[in-house]
Design a protein around this ligand. Structure first.
Ligand code: 3PG
Length: 403
């Protein structure tokens, strides 16, 4: 996607300006403790840049999908404010009501090592409705708008779309720029052979990417739960494995199309299977057909070898979706071994966000990947050729014909 005409944070004089930075700080939190702060760390370069350039900073993010006011405690950004404060060595003040006069008042007396973080913006129903009313209230205390929330840029929400539509000075942060550059490496001229490594549970989530990149991809390596739907499409027994029954015919059609284009397709040839999905359930290995009463929870050793040999030959690998139920340690071997192979490879390795990013982080090989996207849905939408509303909203208005 061309970013031509879109400004970046470096294009603005930030000193003493009220700079609103939309981030995606939607991190996993258990009992008030952040279990993975990758997204917070990824946001730091832009926030530090604004701090160093003496801006008056307002940070904003959503967290999860709160439904009503009872969810306020569970979905509060308070732990995120604390973490940011530690990482930035600055005071992060959490402001409850983004649409109130409080932010404006605080900004007038803000000091250099102090930032404002608006409380979870999804507590305001206007956010998801892309409300102009909410955007106008926020705009009353903002001079410059920066979007660095790649992971949320596929959402047409008020602080992603409506707000930049009414602020003249607007641009991208460093994370957004990096994400687009890295995903363009896959999208535009991938080093060959180009291998798409797909996993996770839903065929339907990946279909758009497969279709959009069909001509460019040389090899499709399919593992994880979605592989069972593809095996079922070939009339191979999958036992009680999780499959998308309504996607079997789509999988069959897709296999036919890939075959007609002489694309290489690798599916699991063996599996780790259990009778019930529990971490201490006894498991065994079976060949390609899964017996009745058993479900697949990871790829088997022959499949790990088969996939590894293919991945070693690749010039580019795009990985989206884990190879098994990696959250349960006995079933993490497939995902972790594949991460290790990619870590040792010289290929450009780009990992789509969400579960695949979590699997790579848990494997300990995250720092060996070329890029791990902070956006799950956003990276998939980008790679399937969709325009991201959050980027489109940063383009300067089109000039009409001259009269
Ligand atoms: C994500 O986790 O993918 C982003 O933060 C977007 O969250 P959402 O799917 O709830 O809009």
């Amino acid at each position: 996607m061309s970013l031509a005409g879109i400004k970046s944070i470096e294009d603005f004089e930030l000193k003493d300006q009220r700079v609103f930075i939309r981030l995606d700080l939607n991190v996993p939190i258990k009992n008030g403790v952040i279990t993975d702060d990758t997204r917070i760390r990824a946001a730091l370069p832009t926030v530090k840049y604004a701090l160093d350039h003496k801006a008056k900073i307002i940070l904003c993010s959503h967290l999860g999908r709160p439904k009503n006011s009872e969810d306020r405690k569970d979905f509060s950004l308070e732990p995120v404010a604390d973490r940011l404060s530690e990482l930035l060595d600055a005071e992060v003040q959490l402001v409850e009501e983004p649409g109130s006069d409080t932010p404006k008042a605080l900004l007038s007396g803000i000091h250099r090592r102090q930032l404002i973080l608006l409380e979870n913006i999804r507590f305001d129903p206007g956010e998801e409705k892309n409300s102009m009313e909410l955007a106008n209230k926020i705009a009353s205390y903002v001079d410059i708008y920066i979007n660095d929330a790649f992971g949320a840029s596929h959402r047409a929400h008020a602080t992603i779309v409506a707000l930049p539509s009414i602020i003249k000075k607007k641009g991208l942060g460093f994370l957004m720029k990096k994400e687009i550059e890295m995903l363009d490496k896959v999208l535009i001229e991938p080093a060959k052979p180009f291998c798409a490594l797909m996993g996770g549970s839903k065929v339907s989530d990946k279909i758009g990417v497969i279709e959009h990149l069909l001509e460019k991809i040389d090899t499709f390596v399919i593992g994880g739960a979605m592989a069972y739907t593809f095996l079922a499409a070939q009339n191979i027994s999958v036992g009680s494995s999780k499959i998308e029954k309504d996607k079997i015919s789509l999988a069959k059609e897709l296999l036919g199309r890939l075959d007609a284009r002489k694309k290489k397709i690798l599916l699991p040839v063996d599996h780790v299977i259990v009778e019930r999905l529990e971490k201490d359930a006894p498991s065994k290995i079976c060949d390609v057909a899964i017996p009745a009463g058993f479900m697949g929870v990871d790829i088997g050793p022959k499949t790990i070898e088969l996939f590894s040999q293919e991945l070693k030959k690749a010039g580019t690998v795009f990985w989206n979706g884990p190879m098994g139920v990696f959250e349960m340690p006995p079933f993490s071997k497939g995902s972790f071994k594949i991460a290790e192979v990619l870590a040792d490879s010289t290929a450009v390795t780009v990992v789509g966000g969400g579960d695949s990013a979590a699997a790579v982080n848990a494997s300990g090989f995250a720092n060996k990947m070329t890029h791990i996207s902070t956006g799950g849905g956003a990276s998939l939408e980008y790679l399937q050729g969709d325009k991201l509303p959050g980027i489109e909203a940063l383009r300067p208005p089109q000039r009409g014909p001259q009269k």
